[in-house]
Design a protein around this ligand. Structure first.
Ligand code: IPM
Ligand code: MN
Length: 352
């Protein structure tokens, strides 16, 4: 029997509450699909930082490298200056484990309200492949004449041929594996970012020659946000850089029903990947048992697929759909679900 080692970082705010439900589903899936697992829980997050001054030590990264996958709740604490935990924990993991893909499905499940008029689950079903280790996120740049009236702040977007190509290649492969519309859209800004997206566009069409079965398309990022709202059914897979991917996937989360349902995976196809609900730590709902665990459960589903338990992964998604179809979950928003966090977890677990 397979035995997986899963690192768990419950993190801040409501992170631990939703992770608990995700682990409940993991337990149910393991029993049903006959695999074993061991969880290694890590304390990293805002509270740990306040107590110890430590964000994430390099020794933890070395330990993570020996895991099969990582499962993260949320990082972000109201008492900690913005940036410290994000950079010191989340981005440090993405960069040091070379998780160069951020895979974010935008899928409207049945009985989930979308703000997009006249669109349903058959229209909203696409995936964003966000580059996850380059672009504006590398922190290149600096200040000139800081603090003077002539101050200049420079923030550079770093795009390497290797980094862009591996991301685009992943997106083509993923489009084929997904086997739906077989359409891949490059989202960029070739009309203004004439260096960065020139590289992206050239690489995209070069790699495309190796995948003649995939229909290619290009959209500027501003137009992409428009189409996501107006004609979401046009999309199948979107590939884009780190910053644009960050922005359009928050919009994606909204059209699929909100942060309570949006999950993502930080993937290193050759290494250790990390799965997380993409919403934040929601401090004001902490400890109230009202936060929606569906995003965390879907993230767990993606984790199962990543470690090779694809049947169990499919079962998790099916269980989420069945739970939604009961009509017992009244809303995707915290405090309005009509059920507690734990009850939603139990309901989904009952369908595994
Ligand atoms: C996300 C988040 C992070 C990002 C923040 C917390 C650094 O917004 O995962 O999308 O910008 O990537
Ligand atoms: Mn984001």
């Amino acid at each position: 029997m397979k035995n997986y080692r899963i690192g768990v970082i419950p993190g801040d705010g409501t992170g631990p509450e939703v992770v608990r439900e995700g682990l409940k589903i993991l337990e149910a899936a393991a029993r049903k699909y006959g695999f074993k697992y061991e969880t290694i829980v890590y304390p990293f997050g805002g509270e740990h930082y306040k107590k110890t001054g430590e964000t994430l030590p390099d020794s933890a990264i070395e330990e993570f490298k020996k895991l099969d996958a990582l499962y993260l709740g949320a990082i972000g604490h109201p008492d900690v200056k913005p940036g410290i935990l994000e950079q010191g924990i989340l981005l440090k993991i993405r960069f040091s484990l070379d998780q160069y893909i951020n895979l974010r499905p935008v899928k409207l499940y049945p009985n989930v309200w979308t703000p997009i008029k006249d669109k349903g689950p058959e229209d909203i079903d696409f995936v964003v492949v966000r580059e996850n280790t380059e672009g504006l996120y590398v922190g290149a740049g600096g200040f000139l004449r800081k603090g003077t009236p002539f101050e200049v702040a420079i923030q550079e977007s770093i795009n390497t041929r290797k980094g862009v190509e591996r991301c685009i290649r992943f997106a083509f492969e993923y489009t084929i594996k997904r086997n739906k519309k077989k359409k891949l859209t490059l989202c960029g800004k070739t009309n203004v970012l004439t260096y960065a997206f020139d590289l992206w566009e050239r690489t995209f069409y070069e790699v495309a020659r190796e995948y003649p079965e995939v229909q290619t398309d290009y959209a500027h990022v501003d137009a992409t946000t428009m189409w996501m709202v107006k004609n979401p059914e046009w999309f199948d897979v979107i590939v884009t850089d780190n910053m644009f991917g960050d922005i359009i996937t928050d919009l994606g989360a909204m059209i699929q029903g909100g942060m309570g349902v949006a999950a993502g995976g930080n993937i290193n196809p050759e290494g250790v990947s990390m799965f997380e609900p993409i919403g934040g730590s929601a401090p004001k709902y902490t400890g109230q048992n009202v936060i929606n665990p569906i995003a965390a459960i879907c993230a767990l589903g993606m984790l199962l697929d990543n470690i090779g338990e694809s049947e169990a992964s499919q079962a998790v998604e099916n269980a989420v759909i069945k739970a939604l179809e009961t009509g017992k979950i009244k809303s995707m928003s915290a405090g309005k679900m009509g059920l507690t966090t734990q009850e939603v977890g139990d309901l989904i677990a009952s369908f595994i």
